[in-house]
Design a protein around this ligand. Structure first.
Ligand code: IMP
Ligand code: MG
Length: 183
């Protein structure tokens, strides 16, 4: 692996996550919410965001994986990866979502295929409301017309790791968000 380059420092992330938490706190004043994190990338963001939200809340997690021949990460970096858009649920939520306020928490909104699929699944649970919080957004990559209600940072089309995001399951524990250079 070449040198990773810092894109967002832990201080910048903490400041923005605190602002997002304040926004959610005021948008949902006095209501209870369920944070639903998308495994595994959103785990760190969820744990920081939830502590900045001053509301009665519970946590849940949902798991997805993509069908198809995802290339090796190095191939993916060189030529990108075209998903068929078919996503499969590997873990459903544990608690009832009927009539609840859900905040779906994701590390990054890229093509939008994953969140489009998850939104459909969660809406089938008949929540009172469903909002999406994404730490990062790569708008230039979108294939499905979906936007997050709360976005931390819009970033260019670069492959990033750290703060929960991985490259072949590694680097999730980096405190900063870094760009993986394309060779
Ligand atoms: P989407 O369905 O294309 O929006 O995919 C979103 C998922 O792709 C995220 O949950 C990440 O797991 C993964 N992903 C997209 N871009 C990156 C990146 O730059 N670094 C690490 N994972 C990424
Ligand atoms: Mg993910």
């Amino acid at each position: 692996m070449n040198q990773l380059k810092t894109l967002l420092t832990r201080q910048e992330i903490a400041k923005r996550v605190a602002e997002m938490g304040q926004q959610i706190t005021s948008d949902f004043k006095d209501q209870a919410i369920i944070f639903v994190g998308v495994l595994k990338g959103a785990a760190i963001f969820l744990s920081d965001l939830a502590r900045e939200v001053k509301l009665d809340s519970t946590f849940d997690f949902i798991g997805v994986s993509s069908y198809g021949n995802r290339p090796s990460p190095s191939q993916e970096l060189k030529s990108g990866w075209d998903s068929t858009g078919e996503v499969k649920l590997t873990k459903d939520v544990d608690q009832s979502m009927i009539g609840k306020n859900i905040i779906l928490v994701e590390d990054i909104l890229d093509t939008g295929l994953t969140l489009t699929y998850l939104r459909k699944i969660l809406l089938a649970h008949q929540p009172k409301s469903l909002k999406i919080a994404a730490l990062l957004d790569k708008p230039s990559r979108r294939k499905q017309p979906i936007e997050a209600d709360y976005v931390g940072f819009k970033i260019p089309d670069e492959f990033v790791v750290g703060y929960g995001l991985d490259y072949a399951e590694r680097y999730r524990n980096l405190p900063d968000i870094c760009v993986v250079p394309r060779e």
